[in-house]
Design a protein around this ligand. Structure first.
Ligand code: TYD
Length: 211
C-alpha cells in the first residue's frame, strides 16, 4: 500500500442530527492540515446519482415506490457514486467525506422499512462491492432537540423525512445497534451542543486516522 492513503469517512444519523454541518467542518479542518478532501452526499454525489435522488425524494405518481424499488434505487445511486466518485478519489489518495452511506440504507430501508439487513447488505455487495467507510461518525441526539432543529430549518419534508415518528425511531435505534456491534468501525458522537463543540468530539474520534 502506498504512503498516500485516502480515508473514507461517512456521517450517519437520523434527521436533524447535524451531519451536513459537521461534514463541512471536518473537511475544513482536514484541508487546513494539508489533505485533499472530497465532500459528497447520498443519495447523490454524481450526476447519475443526483438524478436518482430526485426520483427517490419526490417519487413521480401517487403511490410512491414499493419498498423494494426504493432500496434498489438507493443501491443504484450508490453504485454510480462509488464507481465514479468515491473509489477514484480514494485511489488518488484523497479523503472522502460522505453525508450518509450504506448504513442509511440498512437503517431506513432495512430496519425501519422492514426489508431486513441481509437484503440491503446483499444489494450493496452487488452494487458497490461491499465498500465500507474507514470510520462511520454516528451523530446522536435527543429526539425532541433534533425535531426542534428540523422545525427551525423550515423546509418541507421530502418523501422519506415525512414518514412517521415510529419509522424514524426505528432508524435511530438501528444505527445504535450497528454502532454497538462494531465499535472499531463506528464512532458514536453526542450531537448535542454547539457545532464547534461537536466538531471537537469528532476530531478526537478520528485522531488515529489523521497522521
Ligand atoms: P437529505 O435531504 O439528504 O436528508 P438529511 O439532511 O437528513 O441527510 O435526504 C436524504 C433522505 O434519504 C433522508 O431522509 C434519509 C434518506 N435515505 C434513505 O432512506 N436511505 C439511504 O440509503 C440514504 C442515503 C438516505
Amino acid at each position: 500500500m502506498s504512503a498516500l492513503r485516502g480515508r473514507f469517512i461517512a456521517f450517519e444519523g437520523g434527521e436533524g442530527a447535524g451531519k451536513s454541518t459537521q461534514a463541512r467542518l471536518l473537511a475544513e479542518a482536514l484541508r487546513a492540515r494539508g489533505y485533499t478532501v472530497v465532500t459528497t452526499r447520498e443519495p447523490g454525489g454524481t450526476p447519475g446519482a443526483e438524478a436518482i435522488r430526485d426520483l427517490l425524494l419526490q417519487p413521480p405518481g401517487q403511490n410512491g415506490w414499493p419498498a423494494q424499488a426504493e432500496a434498489l434505487l438507493f443501491a443504484a445511486a450508490r453504485s454510480d457514486h462509488v464507481a465514479h466518485l468515491i473509489r477514484p478519489a480514494l485511489g488518488r489518495g484523497e479523503w472522502v467525506i460522505c453525508d450518509r452511506f450504506v448504513d442509511s440504507s440498512r437503517a431506513y430501508q432495512g430496519a425501519a422499512g422492514e426489508l431486513g439487513d441481509q437484503a440491503i447488505t446483499a444489494l450493496h455487495a452487488f452494487g458497490s462491492d461491499g465498500l465500507r467507510p474507514d470510520r462511520v461518525i454516528l451523530l446522536e441526539g435527543d429526539e425532541v432537540i433534533l425535531a426542534d432543529r428540523l422545525a427551525k430549518r423550515g423546509q418541507t419534508a421530502d418523501a422519506i423525512e415525512g414518514r412517521s415518528a415510529a419509522y424514524h425511531r426505528a432508524v435511530v435505534a438501528f444505527f445504535r445497534e450497528l454502532a454497538d456491534a462494531d465499535p472499531q468501525g463506528f464512532a458514536s458522537i453526542d450531537g448535542v451542543g454547539t457545532p464547534a463543540a461537536v466538531h471537537e468530539r469528532i476530531l478526537i474520534a478520528l485522531e488515529d486516522l489523521v497522521a
